[in-house]
Ligand binder design. Structure first.
Ligand code: SF4
Length: 494
């Protein structure tokens, strides 16, 4: 049984796994083709890619767990077991599973397979965890709904099993992720791995004919144009028929209403308590998030876990740095989940569903010419001449420099990029055959086009694991943004 603290990062693709490992993950989790939740965002439909990911992780002395946590219908059992056979042969470090029937079949057929019990199994009490430990399960991934005292009690009553808990990422508003909402509204079943995040959708308050004309200007409120939105006249409430008089206010603005949109989990302030309560694996959610998220969140929690590994408290300076770092990634505002208590209304972001963050993911380095210090950048968000960028490397710290001395099609100072670089970029493939010119540019757009920029410092031994970020500049750079988000951002940055 593992007793060392583990940072477990999401591995939505081989690329993201590489970033997570480079920035400090001890282990990653990735989906078994077709049989994990998040199946639609899962790159690993191809068994060869799964094998490549496992080999990559093992070559670096890290671990990889494969998620196979669907609740299966009868007609999926045979194909599931066929898929498991292929996966077992690849020797991942564990399978994350939920369905008791599938677990029994897997243990029977592949006794060598290590199984971690998914959080979808609602691991909310010690009796259940004891049941699964006695059954031979090596690790329980605890329900997000638990308080720290409950985790402690589970650990004290069932000491011989590894405990894993989520510390960071999006939270599903459904109980342990078990939800029919997505299935009902978009025919995509969350329990079969195809959730459409329906709880994040914006809903509009509508009225029937009798209630039309209630707007202050006498018009009806049925169009979808935010710019001429006029508030509904009066207050609106939901009243459940068995609870007369208990009024639940519903409100909307020009963008609608977000009645089930949970804020994101951030457990930085509870890491030491979770450690003391018996958690050994600190799990981050977000298989469909960016390489930037994988890098920055891994780097932040790596530093935090290293600081508390020997029983110490988390120093304030590291805690503050971690909070500032995770705030640079897309988020809906943070809460500590249920660890201290039930956050109730504070857990919901009712005003909007889109992400807030202090910084933008500007670019990632996909190739680097050491002699000239020119980097080839895969641009993620618009950068303009003079924008201050923070360049974050996986092994050489970070530095700032402006966006300047940038070119499309190559760079006049670059001596040599590897052949692979040319393969990456159609523009450069053409350039190789002298078909395009190198052109100076004062800005770069996202959307897959590469830009070449002279870096002001050497990028170290692993330049292509570097990511660049920049602070939000103005409302124009924020798609679908609203003025109060800018104000929030400015307050957060100060
Ligand atoms: S729709 Fe929302 S609550 Fe339901 S499973 Fe998906 S993320 Fe969870």
């Amino acid at each position: 049984m593992n007793t060392e603290l583990e940072l477990l990062m999401p591995g939505g693709s081989l690329e993201k796994i590489k970033y997570a490992i480079a920035y400090g993950a001890d282990a990653v989790y990735a989906g078994v083709p077709r049989y994990s939740l998040r199946a639609r965002e899962n790159e690993f439909f191809d068994i060869d890619l799964v094998k490549e990911a496992i080999d990559f992780v093992h070559a670096r002395g890290k671990k990889i767990y494969l998620t196979a946590n669907i609740y299966a219908h009868n007609n999926k059992i045979n194909s599931f077991m066929d898929a498991m056979k292929e996966m077992v042969d690849l020797k991942p470090d564990a399978f994350i599973m939920t369905d008791p029937g599938l677990i029994a079949l897997t243990k029977d057929k592949f006794p060598e397979a290590v199984i971690h019990l998914s959080t979808q199994a609602n691991n909310t009490n010690w009796a259940q965890v004891k049941f699964w430990k006695d059954y031979g399960i090596e690790r329980a991934i605890l329900a997000r709904e638990l308080r720290i005292e409950e985790i402690k009690e589970i650990h004290e009553k069932v000491p011989g099993i590894e405990l894993e808990a989520f510390v960071h990422g999006s939270i599903c508003m459904a109980y342990s992720g078990r939800c029919l909402l997505s299935n009902y509204l978009s025919y995509r079943d969350a329990n079969q791995g195809t959730c459409s995040h329906t709880c994040r959708w914006g809903f509009k308050v509508q009225a029937n004919d009798a209630a039309r004309g209630k707007r202050a200007d006498g018009q009806t409120q049925f169009d979808d144009v935010a710019t001429d939105y006029i508030p509904l006249d009066g207050d609106f409430y939901l009243e459940e028929k068995e609870r007369p008089g208990e009024m639940m206010p519903i409100d909307e603005d020009e963008y609608g209403t977000y009645i089930m949109n949970s804020k994101d989990l951030c457990g930085i302030d509870y890491m030491t308590q979770l450690r003391d309560a018996g958690i050994i694996s600190f799990k981050v959610e977000g298989r469909n998030k960016t390489e930037y998220y994988a890098s920055i969140v891994a780097r932040a929690y790596r530093r935090g876990l290293d600081a508390i590994a020997n029983g110490q408290e988390l120093p304030d300076e590291i805690r503050d740095w971690m909070l500032a770092e995770v705030a640079t990634t897309a988020n809906r505002g943070f809460i500590p989940g249920f660890y201290p208590r039930n956050a109730k209304a504070a857990a919901q972001e009712l005003e909007r569903s889109h992400a807030i963050q202090t910084h933008l993911y500007a670019a990632r380095v996909v190739a680097y010419d050491k002699n000239s210090q020119v980097a080839c950048l895969d641009v993620k968000n618009r950068m303009d001449e003079g924008d201050e960028l923070t360049v974050i490397t996986c092994d050489q710290g970070e530095f700032t420099q402006p966006f300047t001395n940038a070119y499309y099609g190559g760079h006049p100072e670059a001596i040599k990029f590897s052949e692979e670089t040319f393969d990456l970029d159609p523009v450069n493939r053409a350039k190789k055959f002298n078909e395009v010119k190198i052109e100076a540019t004062s800005h770069a757009h996202g959307g897959g086009k590469y830009v070449y920029m002279k870096m002001q410092r050497d990028m170290g031994a692993n330049p292509t694991m570097s990511v660049l970020r920049m602070i939000y500049k103005d409302a124009q750079t924020l798609k679908k943004n609203r003025p109060e988000m800018i104000a929030e951002r400015d307050a957060a940055v100060v």
